[in-house]
Design a protein around this ligand. Structure first.
Ligand code: SF4
Length: 349
């Protein structure tokens, strides 16, 4: 890890910036200008803060830095999906993905370096969790992927999904702060309705998020409709079982009025029977929800296979018979390992 004594100025809140500026004899409006440069214009250096006196920029430079994450790898899929490898200040790597589809430009971003969970179908699970990302490292992924969307496709980002490496609700404080900067009028000003957080289902934190009134969308990786099956592919089910997750989702719905999306990866001869569909429909009837049936992307050395198109269609029909809205989600960016569950597929080990 490189020696680093300076602090990222973005770790200071606006109030802390104002207090700091008061200490060094600078007026409050200067602190507000700096805040704007950092979060609205997302500049990566003090030099770019052109409306500040040179002396002030030098003072800030002597004490702080702006550790923008660096793009070190960029791979474009045949379907236009672009996967980015980012290096963060301490030399660790994370990945983010730009998914262009119809009018949408969606960024899939990471919330941790690696992941502490061990979902059996996921490549990221093979990387140990090294650390949580700071909120400004999460924010940087959005800023960079937005610039790339404009550069490659001439359009800004329209949607953000917290669905990359890591479990966002195990890094909740930073995830929440990143969302605040992405959505606030003093930040990027995106609508929270355009943001989806995807979680394995940490019940306690789903309730906390409902209380915090973030107004974003929630997707839960259910992936199996019974504890017996879910426990086999998602060890987190031992501490956060389906009953607890559904309770938390009911609470979420009561507080926010929002519908929930259940993510369900279709694994051949594992979670695709008629009984599975019925059990899943029963869960969906408890909380207003829809189901995304996700085409599985086998990972190197993994033990699961993709469900055939026919079986996936039958499963969808069975759900619909019970009044459940279900969509089959085809994978994007498979050829570059950018699809769901594939991040770190080739780097992991
Ligand atoms: S699916 Fe998500 S929570 Fe599970 S191991 Fe992969 S990154 Fe972690």
């Amino acid at each position: 890890m490189p020696e680093n004594t300076k602090k990222d100025i973005r770790s200071l809140s606006e109030e802390q910036l104002i207090a700091l500026f008061a200490d060094i004899g600078e007026p409050k409006f200067r602190a507000k200008q700096v805040h704007q440069w950092l979060w609205q214009k997302a500049v990566a250096s003090f030099e770019q803060m052109t409306n500040l006196p040179k002396l002030l920029r030098e003072k800030l430079e002597a004490q702080f830095e702006i550790r923008e994450i660096e793009v070190v790898d960029e791979q474009i899929s045949q379907d236009g999906t672009i996967k980015f490898g980012f290096r963060v200040f301490d030399g660790e790597f994370i990945e983010g993905v730009l998914i262009p589809k119809d009018d949408r430009m969606t960024a899939c971003i990471s919330s941790q370096v690696g992941c502490s969970l061990t979902c059996k179908f996921c490549a990221t699970a093979r990387l140990d969790r090294k650390r949580n990302l700071d909120f400004f490292e999460i924010f940087d992924q959005v800023v960079i992927i937005d610039r790339k969307a404009r550069q490659h496709y001439g359009k800004p980002l329209s949607n953000i999904v917290y669905m990359g490496m890591g479990e966002p609700l195990l890094n909740y404080a930073n995830v929440k702060r990143s969302i605040e900067h992405i959505t606030s009028a003093d930040g990027l000003g995106m609508s929270p309705k355009r943001i989806t957080l995807s979680t394995v289902g940490i019940s306690k934190m789903i309730k906390k998020m409902a209380d915090d009134d973030l107004r974003i969308n929630l997707a839960v990786s259910l992936h199996a409709p019974t504890n017996a099956k879910r426990g086999q592919i998602m060890p987190i089910n031992d501490s956060n079982d389906i009953e607890g997750v559904v309770d938390a989702l009911e609470y979420w719905h009561q507080k926010t009025g929002n519908r929930v999306t259940h993510e369900y990866v279709m694994l051949s001869h594992f979670n695709e029977t008629e009984e599975d569909a019925k059990a899943l429909a029963a869960i969906c009837q408890r909380v207003p929800s829809k189901v995304n049936l996700i085409e599985y992307n086998p990972i190197d050395g993994g033990s699961y296979e993709r469900t055939s198109g026919n079986r996936a269609m039958n499963f969808k029909r069975e759900l619909e018979k019970h009044g459940v809205i279900a969509n089959i989600r085809r994978s994007r960016g498979k050829d570059i390992d950018a699809a769901c569950g594939q991040l770190a597929n080739k780097k992991g080990g």
